[in-house]
Every structure is written in C-alpha cells, then in structure tokens.
Design a protein around this ligand. Structure first.
Ligand SMILES: [Zn+2]
Length: 419
C-alpha cells in the first residue's frame, strides 16, 4: 500500500520542508519529493498543514483515567487506592480503551504505561494499534509472596507482543524496602535491562530518603546498582548538581511531567541543565490524580515556559528542543531507537496538525506559533506504523467508540456505588 500525502509541510531534520510525504506500507518512503516510478494507491491532500512525528507520552497509568475529577481532598485521603482496588480486568480494559481514544485524538502514537495488571492494558493497546511500553509498578504490596524474578520472566514472555514491549518497572524508592530494591537491581543485571521508576518526584520524598539512607534517591540508586544498565526515571524534580552528574554518567534518561509536577506543587524538573549534561529528556502527562489532560501541546508549553521561569532566562530552551522532547527524544528516553523521528525508511508514525485553525499570522516562525497556540484539538490525523488510527474525529481502532464511552460510563457508576 502506497499513500502519497501531498501539499504538506513536514518537520524534517529540525527544518520545515514542503511537498510530498510518501508512505509505503509501514515505512516512510520519501520526504519532500514524490518517489519516481511508484504509483500511489491513495493520495491525500494535506492542504498545507503540518506533518510531525507522533507524540510519545513517556509516562502514564491509563486506567487511572477513572480518577479524573475526583477532588484533591479525596485524593489526599487515599480515596484513589480504594478505587483502584475495585478495578477488575474488564474495567481496566475499557478504561484503557477510553484513554487510548484521548491519546490518539491528541496525536499520541506511543505511550508508556506503568501498572500492576498489564494483560488488559496490552489487549486494549494491541487491538487499537497504539504502541505501549509496558512495565509493572513493583512495590512492597505487589511483591508480597511473589518471586520477583518470575514476575520479570513472565513479563518478558508475555508483554513483548504486537505493539507492546516490556520493561522492568519499580514504583519508587519510598514504596520499596531495601531488600526489594536489591532484588530489582539484580533483575536489571540478568539481560542488561534498564530500570524504569518514579524518582525525585518531590522534595519531601527525597528528604525522607536522605533521613533513611543518608543520601539522595539518585545516589542510592547508583550505589545499589539500579543504574548499572542505564535507566529511565519519571519526574526528577529539583535534583542536586551531583544527582544530575550521576544521571549523566550512568546514561539514565528522564521523563519530565511538567503539568503533573506543577499540579502537585512538587517543583520543576531542570530540563535545561539535564540536557546540557547530555541526559535524554522526554515528556509525559502522568495521569489523573496529578494531571487530567493528555494534551502534549500543553505539556510542551508547560515545559517551555517553566524552564524560562526556573532559569530566569527567556532563551532557556528553544521551541525545537521542546518539540523534540515530545517526539524524537521521548522515543529515545523510552529506549526506542528504531523510530526516532521522520526520515526515509523510518517507521510511519506521524500526525497531521491543522495549522489553518491556529493563530498563525504572521507566520514567520511556524513552529513557535504551533508551540504557543496549538492544542490537541488541532490534530487532524494520527498514523501509527503506517495505519491511520484517527482522522478528523473518526477512530479506526477496531472498536465502536460509542461502546467504549457507554461501557466506561456504566463501569464508573458501578465503581462509585461499590465504594
Ligand atoms: Zn506516575
């Protein structure tokens, strides 16, 4: 199947090029020019709109969409744990499908889900066509009575399937005792797999770690060998300069979640400083509890503006750096190097952004206008692995959208009654 998208603006090698964008099955065959001798099966007029790589939402917990709009007071009281306790596989499956609708309409083609029941999340992801980097959220509760190495082996065998991949996931330092931290460290040495974990999510938890172990969480992870195979950490609010050096030395990536961190009053990730030290930084929405929206334009704008506030410098970070964090660097931070961005022979993971409906005049700097003015509703089309999954309000995910909404409405009302 050859699809020729024409009359397009395309972000290619950090520049905007104009012309054709040709997709051959699941690969990009040409950028900027038609492919001589290839007769397209389908032609799509992009009408001067902008083709970007899909967004990579580097950190989320999809079933927690059920927690959206719970009051902060309820959350503080641990109400959400009661909600999560009553979520069975069926509920997790439908709630993940609901989250996937929102990811796709916001231009997200890859997510990374951390959760302790992965079977229904994998099923929902593979059926819809979205990519999902899956990991358990291992903590003391989850580990009780289990052999962690068996959890890992089962994960490798089961969740590297279809559009899903499996990684080692640790909830956080605070949710794991010393023995469990050592067990996870040992796991990472079996196949050289990196560990994914929440880390330095708040100043309070880092302080508790210093009181308990006499060092920051980052230093503790290094000393326990948790970074021996690299790693990817979520949040990384207010690390010390020594922490940043450790992350750089140990090739640890960071997924910054600016809206979630701001919403929780936890602080700002020093993206600028991390990048200057060579740390790969991607962006994530996290999920309801801390952040109710899956709009990556919002995450980009938050990251962009918060870095300027943090460093007192309006040039602290550029628009293209932030766009790369949400796309190419996000993929790299998740350990996905095979489809980093738009290029010939790259996997066809891309979106079309309607630039006619954003504040675009004057249009001297299109990327700046997109970054400052666009939102998820300006995404016209989301394509993953060459397959159109979302286009102009319609979903092509092998499921009736009304059924997803009605199942979720029924499930949520049932869950609230049972609490
Ligand atoms: Zn999280």
């Amino acid at each position: 199947m050859i699809t020729r998208y024409y009359n397009a603006k395309i972000l290619y090698n950090n520049e905007i090029v104009e012309g054709d964008f040709v997709v051959y099955n699941n690969l990009i065959a040409s950028i900027g020019a038609p492919v001589m001798g290839l007769m397209p099966d389908k032609e799509v007029d992009v009408k001067g709109n902008l083709i970007l790589p899909t967004f990579k939402n580097g950190h989320t917990h999809s079933p927690r969409i059920v927690l959206r709009s719970l009051s902060k007071e309820s959350i503080d009281l641990g109400y959400y744990q009661n909600v999560e306790r009553v979520l069975n596989d069926d509920a997790i499956y439908w709630l993940t499908k609901l989250a996937i609708l929102e990811y796709l309409k916001n231009g997200i083609g890859t997510v990374s889900d951390m959760y302790n029941k992965l079977d229904p999340i994998m099923a929902a992801s593979n059926e819809s066509g979205i990519r999902n980097i899956l990991m358990h959220m291992i903590n003391n509760d989850f580990a009780k009575g289990k052999e962690i190495v068996s959890v890992y082996e089962h994960g490798l065998e089961t969740y590297n399937s279809g559009n899903c991949k499996y990684r080692i996931g640790l909830h956080s330092e605070g949710a794991a005792d010393y023995t469990l931290l050592k067990e996870i460290s040992a796991l990472s040495k079996i196949d050289g797999q990196p560990v994914f974990a929440h880390l330095s999510e708040s100043k309070v938890e880092v302080q508790k770690c210093i009181e308990k172990y006499g060092k920051t969480q980052v230093a503790l992870f290094r000393d326990l060998g948790l970074f021996n195979s690299g790693g990817t950490v979520f949040h990384m609010v207010e690390p010390t300069e020594e922490d940043i050096q450790i992350l750089s030395d140990m090739s640890v990536n960071v997924i910054s979640c600016p809206s979630a961190n701001a919403g929780s009053g936890n602080g700002i990730c020093p993206i600028n400083r991390l990048r200057a030290k060579g740390v790969v930084v991607g962006l994530g929405t996290d999920g309801p509890i801390a952040n109710y929206s899956y709009d990556m334009f919002n995450e980009m704008r938050m990251a962009y503006n918060l870095q300027k506030i943090k460093y007192g410098d309006k040039h602290a970070i550029s628009n293209i750096e932030v766009l790369n964090m949400a796309t190419v660097d996000g993929a790299k931070a998740l350990g996905e190097k095979i489809y980093p961005g738009l290029g010939v022979n790259s996997l066809a993971d891309f979106i079309i952004v309607d630039i006619k409906n954003i504040e675009r005049i004057p249009g001297k700097n299109l990327l700046e206008n997109v970054l400052m003015c666009a939102n998820g509703s300006n995404v016209l089309t989301t394509v993953v692995n060459g397959k159109v999954l979302y286009d102009s309000g319609n979903y092509y995910i092998g499921e009736d959208v009304d059924k997803i909404y009605s199942m979720c409405e029924m499930l949520v009302s049932d869950i609230l009654k049972r609490l």
